[in-house]
Write a protein that binds this ligand. Structure first.
Ligand SMILES: Cc1cc2nc3c(=O)[nH]c(=O)nc-3n(C[C@H](O)[C@H](O)[C@H](O)COP(=O)(O)O)c2cc1C
Length: 359
């Protein structure tokens, strides 16, 4: 018998909350149960199947008779609990199509809007005087300012193929190791860590990586590819998954025909190597955010529209990327394609106007 390795215990007088963070379960233990659990933690071999408490702890999954899957973790327990504890969030009903998604989304929005919004920040409340800034008249001419002004999240795509040349530009400028900077040597940087991207990288480690999803790219077989930033090349990982893209992204079916996308992952092992504290976990997401924004600005300046999400169906995405129990973890998804710029899919719009009519 073993103690489930994915537990933490919170003291909450008069009891103890035992939290199985992997399976998203919580139990409140009174003194009798807590005492017995403490004895079993001290020596699991005293487990007695005829003891009613032991049997209940086993059936609750607090004890386990099978060897649990433990993946290596290089930071302290804090980020491990948060990372694993926020994966595969149980959802009573994952939308199976765009109509179900639209209904659930609208219901959720009405629930949220029926409660008061958070109050203004203290700095926004009087008596703080506002110092007006000059009109932003000196926007730089050219593509960066235009891309910043034009970038928006779209949720309707035509599905039209994206040319491979555009994909190449997108990947090079978002994730590639820039040839243009290879002679820009910084003596303070350790040998082997000189590669530079267009985005900053925590500790210069380039811990983020990308898996490119080609659903409709001209001159490229549909599939899931690993991007190699040194060689600026792709290698096939898997053919396209059988389930629609929306299923991999927590039921967001409006995105099923997105022609191209990028799963941004982070090599935690690289971060563990240089930064021991769990705080570095925050940096993994900040870096992924930089890359996501760069991808969107490049796509926008290529005349494409963009979409993004952090709502990954973790176990399915990890299986697709071949990263189960890996120190490299998928964090974010960003995609692009041709679009008329619609923010809402037509199914959601239709349901919204029906509800408005009924009110
Ligand atoms: C971290 C993050 C997560 C997001 N997740 C989703 C998502 O799951 N689904 C979605 O449709 N949009 C998602 N968005 C897009 C936002 O809804 C969008 O940025 C916001 O409505 C503002 O619109 P704009 O991007 O056009 O300026 C996300 C944005 C960010 C920054």
């Amino acid at each position: 018998m073993q103690i489930n390795p994915h537990l933490f215990i919170l003291p909450r007088t008069p009891g103890q909350i035992v939290w199985d963070y992997k399976n998203h379960k919580q139990f409140e233990l009174n003194l009798k149960y807590s005492t017995r659990l403490a004895e079993l933690i001290n020596n699991p071999s005293i487990f007695n199947k005829n003891n009613a408490i032991d049997s209940q702890l086993l059936s609750a999954g607090i004890l386990t008779s099978t060897a649990p899957d433990i993946c290596k973790w290089g930071w302290d327990e804090l980020s491990k609990i948060f990372h694993i504890g926020t994966k595969n969030i149980p959802c009573e009903h994952v939308p199976q199509d765009i109509h179900q998604w639209s209904r659930q989304y609208l219901d959720h929005c009405s629930d949220v809007l029926s409660t008061p919004a958070p109050p203004a920040r203290p700095s926004e409340c009087p008596p703080h005087e506002l110092i007006a800034l000059p009109e932003p008249q000196c926007l730089p001419q050219g593509s960066l300012a235009t891309a910043l002004l034009d970038r928006k999240t779209c949720r309707v795509f035509t599905g039209e193929a994206v040319p491979l040349e555009m994909v190449s530009t997108l990947l090079y400028l978002s994730l590639g190791y820039l040839h243009e900077r290879k002679d820009d040597i910084d003596d303070s940087i350790v040998e082997g860590l000189g590669a530079r991207r267009s985005s900053p990288s925590g500790g210069g480690l380039n811990a983020c990586e990308g898996f490119f999803l080609a659903q409709n790219v001209s001159n490229l077989e549909p599939g899931l590819y690993a991007y190699h930033p040194t060689e600026h090349a792709l290698s096939l990982v898997k053919p396209l998954p059988t389930q629609p893209l929306g299923q991999l992204l927590c039921g967001q079916h409006f995105i099923n025909n997105l022609p191209a996308g990028l799963f941004i992952t982070s090599r935690f092992d690289k971060l563990w190597w240089k930064y021991e504290h769990s705080r570095a976990y925050r940096m993994a997401y900040v870096e992924a955010g930089h890359i996501s924004q760069t991808f969107q600005l490049v796509a926008t300046s290529l005349g494409l529209n963009t979409w993004l999400t952090g709502a990954l169906t973790d176990d399915q995405v990890e299986a697709l990327l071949g990263l189960e129990n890996s120190a490299e973890q998928p964090l974010f998804f960003v995609g692009c394609g041709q679009s008329d710029g619609q923010v809402m899919c037509k199914e959601l719009k239709a349901m919204l106007s029906n509800r408005e009519r009924e009110q």
